[in-house]
Design a protein around this ligand. Sequence first.
Ligand SMILES: Cc1ncc(COP(=O)(O)O)c(C=O)c1O
Length: 390
Amino acid sequence: MNAQEFIQKYYIDRYNTDSRKYDQTYNTYHDKEILPLSIADMDFKTCDKITENLAKIAKRGIFGYTYLPSDYEDAFINWHKRHHGITYQKEWLSFTNGAVTAIFDLLNCFTKEDDEILILTPVYHQFKNAILTSKRRVVESPLINDNGYFTIDYENVKDKLARHHIKAFILCNPHNPVGRVFTKEELSKLFDLLISHDVLIISDEVHSDLIMKGFKHQPALGIDPGYNDHIITITALSKTLNLAVFAHTQVVIAAKELKERFDAYNQIHHLGMPLVFNAYASYFGFKYADEWLDDLIEVIEDNYRIAQKILDKYALEYTVLEGTYLIFINLEKVLNGMDIKEFMLKKWKVLPSFGEAFDKNYQNWVRLNLATSDKTVKEVFDRLDAILKG
Ligand SMILES: Cc1ncc(COP(=O)(O)O)c(C=O)c1O
């Protein structure tokens, strides 16, 4: 299927579907002209093989106690083998209902109140929220920005490790909002530093299937077995196949001791049981959604090119899209003293995720979600063109 056929088949008008992005935006601003390109979900229906198979199960009408399909783990493992060249083991698998839930659970299980937790900023705002809500302390290491290409500041990480007692580190790879897919070399260098200070690495890889052509996701647990005693990976198809409502999430732990501790934590708190109907969505995704995903990537790449054309025309700074479907844009040049919220909502009439949510130093940046139709992205950037031309 080419990109246009994919859009024809899967694009959906999400108004009146209780969509947080669309309906909540309308209920807040009462202005249909405001296009929401905010929350990280997509305007595409999921792969039809998932929908059809879920419908079959729903129609059967049996919702009594049920276990996961006997080949669930194989389906999960094979997906990761095919897509990322990594062989996870069945006994490494745990479940949570949501990736953010996983972060809360892992922080609560493996750290204690007042412990210091490292993040690379700007980053997905829920990392900080989870740390602070759990009464831990945030230590930030800013990424280096070279005209929209963000890299790890190892000297800064070293300094933070020397000056703080960092207990855990939350990695976002691929990185939301800066779109980087960190290389094996970058990760090895970072992990060497962290592990030498006995830091637990929590690797949030929920964007790991959304990789643009020419790039490759490096799973944290696939770099070197020597690292694996220090790493916990969070992975899900919620972003990949637009399945966020199911919240079905895998927590992958190779280290036996850590796995046992997490299992015990889950047992005490009566957690870790997957909701089986929700797991089915991912199960059918693992089995049947490869082609859907390939087609989606084409759409995202096309949409990125549409955005680039206008952003380059006005020499605006924006991120290199290696992974995710999110573009992070610096609007400082065009604000002319105007408040960014006013610029976005009154002038551009686009609701983004505002940069300040990811880091206080990114107040003039906005994150836009490109997982929508080319028509919508074109409309958004034509509007910007019209504003800047004038
Ligand atoms: C890096 C990252 N982790 C987690 C989430 C949310 O995952 P969940 O809805 O499963 O809690 C997001 C959503 O944008 C994200 O970008």
